[in-house]
Design a protein around this ligand. Structure first.
Ligand code: PDD
Length: 302
């Protein structure tokens, strides 16, 4: 008899529930999304669904009906009745006995949860501490894959150091992003006017407002980082308040000397960073631009 064991219970292999054969568990063979709602309204669902479709295509899970995913998200959200909700969903390649290779016609598995989002006013008001960690991830971090072991190890390390997020640093000593967030620095004119870098003035679809002599800097969109949806709106907010935007990677030294830092992620939107490893940022409290960006971002969510 072929057997499996679940905790201390012996189960005949042929009686195993499909969930135990999910390729997501064995191989992280799937992709996911996290969407949120603000006061009963789902935010940026279209953008998340588009990224989900790109992730599916990148790992060659074909035939998923994105219109149907949209309906499922809406149906579950309505059923939950949670005003400020976190909606997590993933699709794995399907269930089969563990083997690297699998039938191309495997039926993908869909899973979704709607849970209450904790209020993060305290983090937004007081800021968070972050710590650096080596970026040990694979070379396709633009795919929102279920393989998150390197992210989890980084985040556990940060938590042990009393930090809320790990900031990943690659082999070239450049910051890529957070373990589960995008990462940004703001430099006032004091540091920036001496820069010889050219600023990206004309991102398609973004308004340019009068410059206020300060700049927002974040890593460019490459295969090394996730094309964060919150990043896109944070950049839009920055341009709306008159910050120049520079998409260029930072070193940890540069980040440590920034006037302001923040992370951006769907579940929290913009969260000021007031300590970077052992460096206190600004006066150790969220700076004026972070506060402005939080306000500006809120306007997108109404
Ligand atoms: N993480 N970078 C990484 C590595 C991430 O995992 C995330 C999001 C982001 C921010 O992306 P977005 O703005 O689209 O949420 C950047 C999610 C929320 C998570 O894994 O829980």
């Amino acid at each position: 008899m072929q057997v499996a064991m679940i905790q201390d219970r012996i189960v005949p292999v042929e009686e195993l529930e499909l969930v135990y054969l999910d390729r997501g568990i064995y191989f992280g063979d799937g992709v996911y999304e996290v969407v949120r709602s603000y006061d009963g309204k789902i935010f940026a669902l279209q953008e998340h669904l588009q990224r989900f479709a790109s992730s599916l295509a990148a790992i060659e899970i074909i035939g998923v009906d994105i219109g149907q995913i949209r309906q499922r998200v809406q149906k579950a959200f309505d059923a939950a009745g949670i005003a400020n909700a976190k909606i997590y969903f993933h699709i794995t390649r399907g269930s089969a006995p563990r083997d690297h290779i699998c039938d191309a016609n495997l039926e993908p598995n869909f899973f979704l949860t709607v849970t209450e989002l904790l209020d993060n006013t305290e983090e937004k008001t007081n800021g968070i501490a972050v710590s650096t960690y080596p970026d040990w991830r694979w070379k396709r971090c633009d795919i929102k894959s279920l393989n998150l072991l390197a992210n989890v190890l980084a985040c556990l390390d940060a938590a042990r150091k009393g930090c809320a997020e790990a900031i990943l640093v690659d082999e070239a000593c450049l910051i890529t992003e957070g373990s589960h967030s995008a990462f940004f620095a703001i430099f006032g004119c004091r540091t920036n006017c001496s820069h010889s870098d050219t600023f990206n003035h004309q991102r398609a679809g973004f308004h340019r407002h009068q410059s206020i002599g300060a700049a927002l800097q974040t890593a460019p969109l490459t295969a090394n980082i996730l094309p964060s949806i919150t990043r896109k709106f944070a950049i839009k907010a920055a341009q709306n308040v008159g910050l120049e935007v520079l998409e260029k990677s930072l070193t940890p030294q540069q980040a440590g000397s920034a006037d302001e830092l923040f992370i951006a992620v769907t579940t929290k939107d913009i969260v000021p960073v007031v300590r970077f490893d052992d460096k206190i940022i600004g006066d150790g409290k969220p700076g004026k631009y972070c506060k402005m960006l939080i306000q500006e971002f809120r306007r997108f969510t109404i």
